[in-house]
Design a protein around this ligand. Structure first.
Ligand SMILES: NC(=O)c1ccc[n+]([C@@H]2O[C@H](COP(=O)([O-])OP(=O)(O)OC[C@H]3O[C@@H](n4cnc5c(N)ncnc54)[C@H](O)[C@@H]3O)[C@@H](O)[C@H]2O)c1
Length: 466
């Protein structure tokens, strides 16, 4: 998939796509705003960012069993991503996908055309790399649209402040806005939270979370014909401006779920990390991270992240209390398999093949199986809120989760203690002109004379990450 993206993003193909965009955009301006016939109660959806998750989210939207719903417009910057996504959704959902060629838009302004194709009260899915989130959300609010946006929603302090302001603006217009921290909608985690609040593990003393896998966030050198901006976006996990790197993109879920169980956001982080085996990868990530997050009452979350082939895998979150312990995530996001143990002996799972776990006399409660996927539940909940017109805005919470994740990342990247306030007020905006980005224009990250991108250097660069 990555290869296709790179191929499709070559300068030649992009420029030919750009001429299609002009054609399509011209049409959009004339005839399109609300051309498709819809029953009055049909919810109309547009997808911006038709990659893996965007396609998945659109599928979840179309699977909600709560009245008629249709996908009516799509936007991306890479022709093949757009066509693959369309083909997949059309095959799976048939008439629920009503996106003729003239409502499939390409280019950096495609998001506008896709949203222009919706009436106020429609829903837009924002599933591009997070750098564009505030730009696209701002336009969605202007157009009176409900939003589903993927996490992270910000990667630095200045855009977090902007997101806080946009969250309030959406609420003032009674627009519903969901953030793809889907674990918050998992019924097994919700039940665990009730039990923790009920005191079943006592006071939380410490939490641990691990996201350790084989690889991630690398970027082979740029193919010569590929425009710099398209290259960096095709490998967005590799570049901090585009994604916050693997730290923000991968680790936010577990930092969020632990903070949810704790009932607070961490106020300070201390972190370590380093690069060992990145080879000729051009990315800005470390391949190991270890971060200690401090909560207002002094309790800690110890988080370990690793992307290293051959090392042991673990993808789990645990809470330890004064009366027992709990598993928040067992291996990956779903199923949660949440459990409460007496004592603190929790078996570690390195591989899905270890599931289901054998009976354990220390387990005092376990969520009954099977569980519904939280990726579907987050959509069931959003659509119910839209249909019943109940308040629904997860953006402030999503921006806070994004900010505390950035706080951990900055602590590791600078080698400093970083507080919530320092992160929020750090003036380094990673991509200040991201709303004006063009495929052939300058990228937010520039190569140094040594042919490398600027890298975090803990202890040397201490006020900003690169
Ligand atoms: N909640 C989850 O568990 C989960 C899982 C996977 C991804 N995600 C999030 O979803 C987002 C997308 O990730 P993905 O894995 O789908 O990546 P992807 O590369 O498969 O998809 C991103 C798509 O956005 C397009 N794009 C980039 N810039 C654009 C722009 N300015 N306008 C329109 N389209 C643009 C790309 O061409 C690509 O098709 C990320 O924020 C990621 O963190 C969330």
């Amino acid at each position: 998939m990555q290869k296709d993206l790179e191929k499709a993003s070559s300068r030649r193909e992009f420029l030919s796509a750009a001429s299609q965009v002009t054609k399509v955009s011209a049409l959009a301006g004339v005839a399109l705003p609300h051309v498709h016939a819809a029953e009055n109660n049909t919810l109309e959806v547009a997808l911006v960012g038709a990659g893996g998750r965007g396609t998945g989210a659109a599928g979840n939207a179309l699977s909600v069993d709560h009245g008629p719903i249709k996908l009516v417009a799509m936007a991306d910057i890479v022709p093949k991503k757009l066509s693959d996504s369309y083909d997949k959704l059309k095959t799976q959902f048939g008439d629920k996908v009503d996106v003729p060629a003239e409502r499939r838009f390409l280019g950096f302004d495609a998001y506008r055309h896709a949203m222009d194709a919706l009436k106020p009260g429609g829903i837009v899915i924002l599933a591009t790399p997070p750098a564009f989130r505030w730009v696209h959300f701002q336009y969605a609010i202007e157009k009176g649209l409900h939003t589903f946006m993927e996490k992270p929603v910000t990667v630095d302090g200045p855009t977090t402040k902007r997101m806080f302001e946009l969250a309030d603006r959406a609420s003032r217009k009674n627009l519903k806005a969901a953030v793809g921290l889907m674990v918050r909608h998992c019924r097994a985690r919700q039940e665990l939270l009730n039990r923790i609040r009920d005191g079943q593990i006592g006071e939380i003393i410490a939490m641990r979370a691990y996201r350790m896998g084989q690889r991630g966030g690398t970027a082979p050198p740029k193919p010569p014909e590929m425009p710099e901006v398209m290259y960096q976006l095709s490998r967005f996990h590799a570049f901090l401006w585009a994604s916050g790197g693997v730290f923000s993109d991968y680790y936010i879920h577990q930092i969020d779920e632990c903070s949810w169980m704790k009932g607070a956001w961490p106020v300070e982080a201390h972190g370590l990390g380093g690069r060992h085996y990145r080879g000729d990868s051009m990315d800005q990530n470390f391949d190991v991270y270890s971060v200690e997050f401090v909560y207002p009452d002094g309790t800690r979350l110890f988080f370990d992240g690793r992307n290293m082939a051959g090392a042991r895998d673990e993808f789990a979150s645990y809470a330890h209390g004064s009366k027992g312990s709990a598993v928040i995530s067992t291996f990956a996001h779903t199923p949660g398999l949440t459990r409460i143990y007496k004592g603190h002996h929790i078996p570690r799972v390195s591989n899905r093949n270890q599931l289901p776990l054998p009976p354990d006399p220390n387990v005092v409660w376990a969520y009954p199986q099977p569980e519904k996927s939280p990726y579907q539940l987050e959509w069931d909940d959003l659509i119910e809120a839209i249909r019943k017109d109940t308040p629904y805005n997860e953006v402030r919470r999503g921006a806070e989760a994004s900010l505390v994740t950035s706080m951990g990342r900055m602590a590791a990247h600078t080698g400093q203690l970083i507080t919530y306030e320092q992160m929020l007020n750090c003036p380094h905006e990673f991509a200040p002109d991201v709303d004006k980005l063009t495929p052939d224009g300058p990228a937010p990250l520039q190569l140094l004379p040594n042919g490398k991108y600027p890298m975090p250097e803990p202890g040397i660069k201490i006020d900003r990450e690169y």
